[in-house]
Ligand binder design. Sequence first.
Ligand SMILES: [Zn+2]
Length: 82
Amino acid sequence: MNKQSQKNANLRWLAIKEQVYKKHSLDFQVIQRDGFICKICGLSCKNDFEIDHLIPKCKGGEDVLENLRMTCRKCNRLKGGK
Ligand SMILES: [Zn+2]
């Protein structure tokens, strides 16, 4: 591996790390805001939660705090089945 491709590999790795960090810190912010309470049924979902997009990504929903909410897995499945 020459110096240039080594540098590119490092940059790629940095970009991946940044993405992962961003995603995780966003999840963390949702958890902090919603406090492990499912936004659909209102029950605690500490052991079985999912981070749900209000507007699905396939419909242009963004990965921002305002578009995310905490749900339990069950509610998220039911919602997905509609
Ligand atoms: Zn629920």
